[in-house]
Structures are given as structure tokens and as C-alpha cells.
Design a protein around this ligand. Structure first.
Ligand SMILES: Cc1cc2nc3c(=O)[nH]c(=O)nc-3n(C[C@H](O)[C@H](O)[C@H](O)COP(=O)(O)OP(=O)(O)OC[C@H]3O[C@@H](n4cnc5c(N)ncnc54)[C@H](O)[C@@H]3O)c2cc1C
Length: 584
């Protein structure tokens, strides 16, 4: 087996991975970095982010306002020390990106422009038209090219973490071009592998968002935190699940039901005091808007379409000039995928899974409980998002905590002397390779990847979607456990070595099933409603019993073990989460 000796292994070359790599290279140019990614960096999901990144920049705004919006938006499940650090750091990170060349959209005065975003009660979202992630990722990627200590391994699929005596020392990865296994051996690993929206059938997430890194850490004994909190975005295109950014509503787009009625006015999302408010309603937080869709559907006020029920996004009054200038991608996507031009037509939309608030448990330095293992970006749960992430906080999170992971990994590496145990790790890598090879040798496997994936997807959507209850969750857990058992008999159709997509989809499915199980079991055990986790049988928030983080621990042969951890509260005591006249 090929061995790559390095100091720091970074898994994932999206926004978080690239930011971490740059931070390491800047903090200590003598350290070698292996940046391993299953796709070419610019194909990472960060590239698809449209709307923007929030950070305080205007005089009318303040760090406290951003803090308060984030903590209440997360229904008080956020760790407030992490949120405080985040809101303080993010303006510096966004300015740093500007210096590296990110073309932020400007006002006529030349100052950075900001747009309204859901749940942000003040305009503070920086953007680059509606292609913010694309420009941010380009900026990070081109900056990373300056550093010779960053060695890239594009199209390497990582399979297992290598752990010796409780310390993470690297990982194994398959070079997709040749099918050969490589051992990356170092002193520390930073996982930046992104989210897992693909466990659901309708999602804005790219096909690569399959929770591989979450599953790797979980199988190695690191808990996955708050997995029951899955964000639905209210405006996905039906059929494909492609996102129409919240920027559509930020620029003035309206949501209407089958009668052309702005139904959100019935859901307590109006503009409250004492903030210098924006008109709320369409700019309410994503959880509440997605829940409103569910109620409209129950009342028979949604619109049937060939893709299932939808509501309409009306942007016609914005005019062609503004749409072309601010929302060019939205216009392209709507025309191409649902045949509706926002300039002249109503665009059909529905809630689709967008983001996982939960992830690999880390502290505010991005360190996991395992020595030598860090995690940042969407795969991690630090937690600044709590029970519901506010739109445009995620791009900031990957910058702030990606950089932090890199810097703290450097500090950690300095404390590590000469490590022994390379032979033991090589043996572990050999075992990982044998497990993959056994998939090739297996004959008579009866289960097909596509069928298992469909069963997992539909099970989650039906029983663990926008609303859940005891019965639906018990059913989900049983069916996911069944899919997990059937996966043991999965059949690999393609036995070749070169770009064997069948193999990678099989491995991705294995990761997704583990992640799906943590989502369902964590949801079953949280008997309250909070943020994106809404129970029809426990409709109120229950701070007395559930103001705590769920921790799911891996169990190879059964359901994950669930434990709980305290939430860090510093200056904002839990209160009613108010957007309109009253708390909903
Ligand atoms: C359509 C869309 C629009 C969005 N818009 C916004 C927005 O406007 N504002 C905002 O704040 N947030 C937005 N988000 C959320 C935000 O973009 C993501 O949360 C964020 O970009 C995730 O970044 P990341 O670096 O953690 O992961 P990613 O960018 O997803 O990168 C993950 C990396 O991990 C690698 N990887 C994964 N598994 C493996 C493996 N097994 N082996 C090797 N490599 C692996 C991948 O190759 C990739 O390089 C949006 C998300 C979507 C889907």
C-alpha cells in the first residue's frame, strides 16, 4: 500500500477544508499538509451557495444584534460562547476574503452591500450576486495555491480514520483513478467533509453530500451531536430539489398559496419591536416557513403539480433589471428546471432538506473528544446553529471554524513528539483495505444500492420530516434498522478499479445509513418541539428536560446509544422565540 507521510491530513477541500489548510500554512510553513478530497476542490458543495454570508459591517448593526438573532434563531440550543466568538470573528474573515480577491457586491458608494436574510432581523448578509459560494470557494482555492506546503490529493475517497492508542494519526483513502488504497499517516486529522442532506429524497444538497466524514468519526467512537435537527429550506424547486436562494425573498419575493394569498401573514411572522426591523414574514426563519407550508398543505391551500404539492414564489414585481442584476442564477435555474421565468411567471417551490444542524461533536477550538482529531464546517457541530441555523451563518461558520481548526491543529502538532505505532497503523490500514476488497469478492449479495437508498430516503421523509411523532419515529427507526441489516448483503455490480462509481456509491450509502439512524433515534428520544425538530405529540419547547445537546454514540450491532450534554449559556437566558406578534 502506498504511504503518504505528512503532518496534518485535511479531509475535504470545500470552504472549511481550504480555509483550514491556509490557516495551517500561514501559522507554520514548515508543516506538511495533505488535502484529500473526493472531488476536485471547486466541485465541493460550497460552490453552490447562492445567497451570502452574514457579518456585522454597517453602523446600524451590532455584534450583540447578530448574537441575539443567532441564539434565538437556534431556539436557545446554541452554545453561546461559540456564537460570541463567531460573530466577533466573522467580519474579519469576510474582510480577509476581500483582500484575497473575493468580489463582494457593492453599494453605489463603493461600500460593501448587504441584503436581508431569513431570521436576521437586520440587513447584514454580504453577497456576490447570487453566486456567493462560487466566488468564496474560488478565492480560497486560488489563495491555497500560493502555499507549497499544501499538497492536494484530488479524487481520493477516504474510508477510515487510523487510530492508535486513542489518538487519531491519519486515514486511508482510495485513489479513484486507479482504485489503489493509500495510507495518509500524520500527527493530526481535520475533517471538513460537509453535510449529509442526501439521506433525504428531496434536497438542495449536491450528490456528494453523503455524511462520509460524520460516519467515519462516529464509527471511531466520536459522538454525533444534535442530529435530530434537520433544516428544510422553504424554497426548493420541486422535482430536482435545486435551491432558490433566500436572497429571492431578501430582494422582495413573496410566497403565495393557491388563492394568490400571502399565507405567511397567518403564521405570526410579522415585524416586531424593538428592533429596527425589516419587514419580516417572508424573511422569517426557515423552520417556521417550512412548517407554514405543511399547514397550508393540510388546509388544502397548496397547489398540486406534477412534482407534488407546491406554493408559488412571486418575484414578478421586482422587474427584469433587478432580477438580472441580483438574481441571475435564480432566473436561469427557474427557466431551466421548471420552465418558469421569474420576470413574467410565478415559480413553484416546496420545502426541501437543506442543512444538518448536527454533526461531529467539537469544542470551540474545533477539537473533537478524540486526541488528534478536529472537525469544522457543516460536518461539525460546534454549536452555533442550535435547533435551527439562520441562513447565511454557514458560510461564515466554515471560515471562522475552518481557520480555528487549522490554527489549533498546528498548536497540537507542536505538542506531539515522535510517535510510535506506525506498524500498528499499517496493519489497520491493511484491514480497511481488506474490507473493501471483500466487497469485490462477495458473490450472491442480493441487495441493490439504489433500492436500499430509496428505502432509506423515503423512510426519513415520511416519518422524520418537517413534523414527527412517536409512531412515525418508531416506524422510521425500525425501517432504518432493517435497511442497515440488508446493507450487509449489498451487491457490487461493477468490479473494475478505474473510477468505480458503484463502489463509491456503495460506501456512501453505508455512511448515510449510519447518519440516518442517528437522526431518527435522536428525534425519537427528544420529546419536545424546538426549532427544526417539531413533534406533533409534544408541541411545546421543554427547557426543563431538553435544554441539552443530544449525543449519539456508535453501536456496531444495534441502535446508537444516546446521551446528553449541557448547553453553554452565557448572556441570553432562554425566552420565547418571537418573530411576529407572539411566539409560535
Ligand atoms: C444550494 C446551497 C446553497 C447554500 N447557500 C448558502 C448561503 O447562501 N449562505 C450560507 O451561509 N450557507 C449556504 N449553504 C450552506 C453552505 O454552503 C454549506 O453548509 C457549506 O458550504 C459547507 O461547506 P463545507 O466546507 O463544510 O463542505 P463542502 O463544501 O460540502 O465540502 C466538503 C468536502 O469534503 C469532501 N469529502 C466528503 N466526503 C469525502 C470523502 N469520503 N473522502 C474525501 N473527501 C470527501 C468533498 O470532496 C468536499 O471537498 C448552502 C448550501 C446549499 C446546498
Amino acid at each position: 500500500m502506498k504511504v503518504v507521510n505528512t503532518d496534518i491530513v485535511i479531509i475535504g477541500a470545500g470552504g472549511a477544508g481550504l480555509r483550514a489548510a491556509i490557516a495551517v500554512a500561514e501559522a507554520d510553513p514548515t508543516l506538511n499538509i495533505a488535502l484529500v478530497s473526493k472531488v476536485y476542490p471547486m466541485r465541493s458543495h460550497t460552490c453552490a451557495a447562492e445567497g451570502g454570508a452574514a457579518g456585522v459591517v454597517k453602523e446600524s448593526d451590532s455584534l450583540d444584534y447578530h448574537f441575539n438573532d443567532t441564539v434565538s434563531g437556534g431556539d436557545w440550543l446554541t452554545d453561546q460562547d461559540a456564537v460570541e466568538l463567531f460573530v466577533n470573528e466573522i467580519p474579519k474573515e469576510l474582510t480577509q476574503l476581500e483582500h484575497w480577491g473575493c468580489p463582494w457586491s457593492r453599494e453605489d458608494t463603493g461600500k460593501v452591500a448587504v441584503r436581508p436574510f431569513g431570521g436576521m432581523k437586520i440587513m447584514r448578509t454580504w453577497y456576490a450576486a447570487d453566486k456567493t459560494g462560487f466566488h468564496m470557494l474560488h478565492t480560497l482555492f486560488q489563495t491555497s495555491l500560493k502555499y507549497s506546503s499544501i499538497r492536494r490529493f484530488d479524487e481520493f475517497y477516504t474510508t477510515d480514520l487510523m487510530i492508535d492508542d486513542g489518538v487519531c494519526r491519519g486515514c486511508t483513502a482510495i485513489e479513484m483513478r486507479s482504485g489503489e488504497m493509500t495510507l495518509f499517516l500524520g500527527k493530526t486529522v481535520i475533517i471538513c467533509s460537509g453535510g449529509a442532506g442526501r439521506i433525504f429524497p428531496f434536497t438542495t444538497n449536491g450528490a456528494i453530500k453523503t455524511g462520509d466524514g460524520m460516519a467515519m468519526a462516529y464509527r471511531a467512537g466520536v459522538p454525533l451531536k444534535d442530529m435530530e435537527f434537520v433544516q428544510y429550506h422553504p424554497t426548493g424547486l420541486p422535482g430536482s430539489g435545486i435551491l432558490l436562494t433566500e436572497g429571492c425573498r431578501g430582494e422582495g419575493g413573496l410566497l403565495v398559496n393557491k388563492d394568490g394569498y400571502r399565507y405567511l401573514q397567518d403564521y405570526d411572522l410579522g415585524p416586531p419591536d424593538p428592533w429596527p426591523r425589516l419587514k419580516a414574514m417572508e424573511l422569517g426563519p426557515r423552520d417556521r416557513l417550512s412548517q407554514a407550508f405543511y399547514h397550508e398543505q393540510k388546509k388544502g391551500r397548496t397547489i398540486p403539480s406534477k412534482w407534488g404539492d407546491v406554493v408559488h414564489l412571486d418575484m414578478r414585481h421586482l422587474g427584469e433589471k433587478k432580477i438580472n442584476e441580483r438574481l441571475p442564477l435564480v432566473r436561469d435555474l427557474s427557466r431551466s428546471y421548471v420552465g418558469a421565468d421569474p420576470v413574467t411567471d410565478l415559480v413553484p417551490v416546496r420545502p426541501v432538506v437543506h442543512y444538518m444542524m448536527g454533526g461531529i461533536h467539537t469544542d470551540i477550538n474545533a477539537a473533537t473528544p478524540m486526541s488528534g482529531l478536529y472537525a469544522a464546517g457543516e460536518c461539525a457541530c460546534v454549536s452555533i446553529n442550535g435547533a435551527n441555523r439562520l441562513g447565511s451563518n454557514s458560510l461564515g461558520e466554515l471560515l471562522v471554524f475552518g481557520a480555528r481548526a487549522g490554527r489549533h491543529a498546528v498548536e497540537y502538532v507542536k505538542t506531539v513528539g515522535t510517535l510510535e505505532g506506525d506498524a500498528r497503523i499499517e496493519k489497520q490500514a491493511g484491514d480497511a483495505e481488506s474490507r473493501i476488497k471483500s466487497l469485490f469478492k462477495r458473490t450472491g449479495g442480493k441487495q441493490r444500492v439504489a433500492a436500499l437508498r430509496r428505502d432509506m430516503n423515503m423512510t426519513l421523509e415520511e416519518g422524520c420530516g418537517i413534523y414527527r411523532d412517536e409512531n412515525s419515529l418508531i416506524d422510521t427507526c425500525t425501517r432504518i434498522a432493517d435497511v442497515r441489516a440488508r446493507y450487509r448483503d449489498v451487491r457490487l455490480e461493477d468490479k473494475s478499479n478505474v473510477y468505480n462509481t458503484d463502489l463509491y456509491q456503495t460506501l456512501e450509502l453505508g455512511a448515510m445509513i449510519e447518519v440516518a439512524q442517528t437522526v431518527a433515534i435522536s428525534a425519537l428520544q427528544r420529546k419536545e418541539s424546538r426549532g427544526a425538530h417539531q413533534r406533533l405529540d409534544f408541541t411545546a419547547r421543554d427547557d426543563e428536560n431538553y435544554l441539552k445537546h443530544t449525543m449519539a454514540f456508535y453501536n456496531p450491532n444495534g441502535d446508537p446509544r444516546i446521551d446528553y450534554a449541557d448547553v453553554t449559556i452565557t448572556k441570553s437566558q432562554p425566552a420565547a422565540r418571537v418573530y411576529g406578534g407572539a411566539a409560535a
